[in-house]
Design a protein around this ligand. Structure first.
Ligand code: KIV
Length: 275
């Protein structure tokens, strides 16, 4: 069944959990879509897990459009969320709306996500006015790691917790259809989830959110540079892939691969007549 922003809203009303994963390419988008995921985020985390940058700051709107297009081609039923990269929504409002529009028009996203709370309500209003639904993202917003002084859990003290709750209320008021809560205490996430009428999608925010999201390469055990505490590895594909690559190298060197069944035949006569 096709997932839309209404599917997300209805799930919250019915108390059904919303499932999301990131994906950045055709093959993996097709697999998660076929598995029955509700939403695919083409996250700017692709800067780290696909492009090998140290953080998400270098990711461009062109990078995001390129990968969103690939994901769109592999997706039939999931809601596709295109992530707005660092500096694509921080300038004038027209450029912000045009960048959101490019993710939808060129990338094939159904909606966009942007990092920030109270300070970005004007941008959210302008994008939603262009009929592009917006998912908010508060708590630990990785594009702001320089301002936070590192990748740290947010909302641990009274002031920080109040700020995140205020951000959530502001996002709802500005017209966001859902909110990602990243790396905030579980009880705070639960309080926010009960306070706002729009769905919350947690990552490192406990079980009390309306849904959950993880980075695909983290949950498959493929990205080994850094594993946050909140990640559960549902597979160890990194190790398994390496074993398969080593077996391949071995078989090629020993001429165990390719076998006859992997090769194409030709009449001996033709070969003999070749000059
Ligand atoms: O870019 C991303 O993958 C994200 C998720 C971690 C929510 O923003």
């Amino acid at each position: 069944m096709k997932n839309t922003i209404s599917t997300f809203k209805d799930a919250k009303i019915k108390g059904e959990k919303i499932t999301m994963l990131t994906a950045y390419d055709y093959t993996n988008a097709k697999l998660v879509d076929e598995a029955g995921i509700n939403g695919i985020l083409v996250g700017d985390s692709l800067g780290m897990v696909i492009l090998g940058y140290e953080n998400t700051l270098p990711v461009t709107i062109e990078d995001m459009i390129h990968h969103t297009k690939a994901v769109s081609r592999g997706t039939k039923n999931a809601l596709i969320v295109g992530d707005m990269p660092f500096m694509s929504f921080h300038g004038d409002i027209n450029t912000t709306v045009m960048n959101a529009g490019r993710l939808v028009k060129e990338g094939g996203a159904h909606c966009v996500k942007l990092e920030g709370g109270v300070d970005f309500c004007e941008e959210i209003r302008a994008i939603t006015r262009a009929s592009i639904p917006v998912m908010g993202h508060i708590g630990l917003t990785p594009q702001s790691f320089n301002a936070f002084g590192g990748f740290k859990i947010q909302g641990k003290n009274a002031e920080g917790a109040q700020k995140i709750l205020d951000d959530a209320r502001a996002l709802e008021e500005a017209g966001a259809f859902a909110i990602v809560l990243e790396c905030v205490p579980a009880k705070l996430a639960e309080k926010i989830t009960k306070t706002v009428s729009i769905p919350t999608i947690g990552i490192g925010a406990g079980v009390g959110c309306d849904g959950q999201i993880l980075v695909m390469q983290d949950m498959l055990g493929m990205y080994t540079d850094f594993t946050p505490k909140f990640v559960k590895k549902f597979e160890h594909l990194g190790e398994k892939s390496k074993e398969a690559y080593m077996e391949y190298i071995d078989e090629v060197k020993n001429e165990a691969f390719p076998e006859e069944k992997h090769s194409f035949a030709i009449d001996d006569e033709i070969i003999e007549k070749l000059v």
